[in-house]
Structure formats: structure tokens, C-alpha cells
Design a protein around this ligand. Structure first.
Ligand SMILES: [Zn+2]
Length: 227
């Protein structure tokens, strides 16, 4: 197998998904230079940051951040699109680990006891073959040692959000999730995790289901956030 991999690497040297430059042997998916240049939001250092503002007064939470700034056509969106739609789920592990390593140094995960990724409806997941939020959660878990729970389930599929107004999006995502085993949530400080925060309607629906299981606290994390 190694010989075959070596041969494949010689015939098709792996390239950076962002700049198309050839990767060094220790690099995967993106070169160190492109990864270091991805825009960080720095939201976790700001009181009532622009992501937290989307949820203030809607449900209680301790703090929230989206780690990278997301804009259309950017390097961040290239990596996230490749992770979600082009069968590179391991990009999720990599970016989750990078974000967690940097956030952990600043105490963002202090007190968090369990990581709960937002699920996809199972038909959608079967079709895609993986759920990228599980991969991001695994990356965060490997950096922080905090366990992951897959107890949040999608109970119905929602229509695609893009053509909907804000109010329609909120109605479209209400009652989407349920907690399968409330004991995994009850009395614990939950980190609710998703890939990208745009309007926040998915996280609102997920938080609604989490709070029904009586966690002790809730922190919100997305890999990227629109701004
Ligand atoms: Zn690059």
C-alpha cells in the first residue's frame, strides 16, 4: 500500500487546495502559508461579538465564536466547500484541530464537558457518506481531550435555505432536532458545534433541542462565520 501511495504521490503530487502549489510531505490539503493566512475572526476576545449578537435574547449561552471569517470565493470557503461537497472530510479534522489549538490557549473551552455537533438528516448523510461536523468535532476533541456526543439527531430534513427570507428560514428550521439520550446532556456544559454560522437559524433550532435536556451551560462554536 505504501509503495502504491508513494507511486501515486510521484505521479500526482498533492497540491494545496487554495494556491495550487505543491505540498510538502508533512502538509495535507493546504500549505502552511495558506493556512496561516486564513482570516481569524478574533470574536472570542470581544464582548457580545457579532456572532453572539445573532443569539442574544433568543436563548441563553455562555459565549460563542466562529473561528474563521467566511466570505464567498475566499480561501476559507474553498476549504469548507471541499470538505462538504468534494469528499475531503479530513479537512474538517484539520481545521477543527487548528482552531481548537489556538482557542484553547485563550481559555475558550474552559469548563466545557462535551462537544455536540449539529447533525445532518440521515438520508443526506447516507448520500454524502460522512458528516463534516463530526469531523470538525473529532479535530477539536483531539486537541482538547473533550469527548464528543452524537446524541443530537435531525428529525426532519429542511428545505434549502438560500432562497428564503430571515423569517422563513427561522420557521423552516424550527423543530428540526431532538436529543436522543438526554442523560448525555443533562447537567453538563455543552459545546454546540456547526460548520458555518450565517443567519444562525440552524444553531437556534439546535440550541432549542439542547436546552430541553437541561445542560448546565451552553457554548457555541462554528468553524467559520459570515460577517
Ligand atoms: Zn497554499
Amino acid at each position: 500500500m505504501t509503495l502504491l501511495n508513494d507511486l501515486l504521490n510521484i505521479l500526482f503530487p498533492p497540491k494545496c487546495h487554495v494556491c495550487d502549489g505543491q505540498l510538502a510531505t508533512h502538509e495535507r490539503f493546504a500549505c502552511t502559508r495558506c493556512l496561516s493566512k486564513l482570516p481569524r475572526s478574533g470574536f472570542h476576545r470581544r464582548k457580545l461579538n457579532p456572532m453572539e449578537e445573532r443569539f442574544a435574547g433568543i436563548f441563553p449561552f455562555r459565549r460563542g465564536t466562529g473561528y474563521f471569517l467566511y466570505s464567498r470565493g475566499s480561501a476559507v470557503s474553498t476549504l469548507i466547500q471541499d470538505m462538504k461537497y468534494r469528499r475531503f472530510p479530513s479537512i474538517g479534522n484539520m481545521l477543527g484541530e487548528i482552531a481548537a489549538t489556538e482557542l484553547m490557549e485563550e481559555g475558550f473551552f474552559t469548563g466545557v464537558e462535551v462537544i455536540v455537533p449539529v447533525p445532518m438528516h440521515r438520508w443526506k448523510q447516507m448520500n454524502r457518506g460522512y458528516n463534516q461536523t463530526h469531523r470538525i468535532a473529532a479535530g477539536i476533541s483531539s486537541a482538547t481531550g473533550i469527548p464528543v456526543s452524537l446524541t443530537l439527531r435531525a428529525i426532519r430534513s429542511h428545505r434549502t435555505q438560500t432562497a428564503l427570507s430571515r423569517d422563513e428560514r427561522l420557521a423552516n428550521t424550527s423543530g428540526l432536532f431532538r436529543v436522543k439520550d438526554p442523560e448525555e446532556i443533562k447537567g453538563r456544559h455543552v459545546l454546540l458545534l456547526d460548520d458555518v454560522c450565517t443567519t444562525g437559524s440552524t444553531l437556534i433550532s439546535a440550541a432549542e433541542a439542547i436546552w430541553q435536556s437541561e445542560p448546565s451551560d451552553l457554548t457555541l462554536f462554528t468553524l467559520a462565520v459570515t460577517f
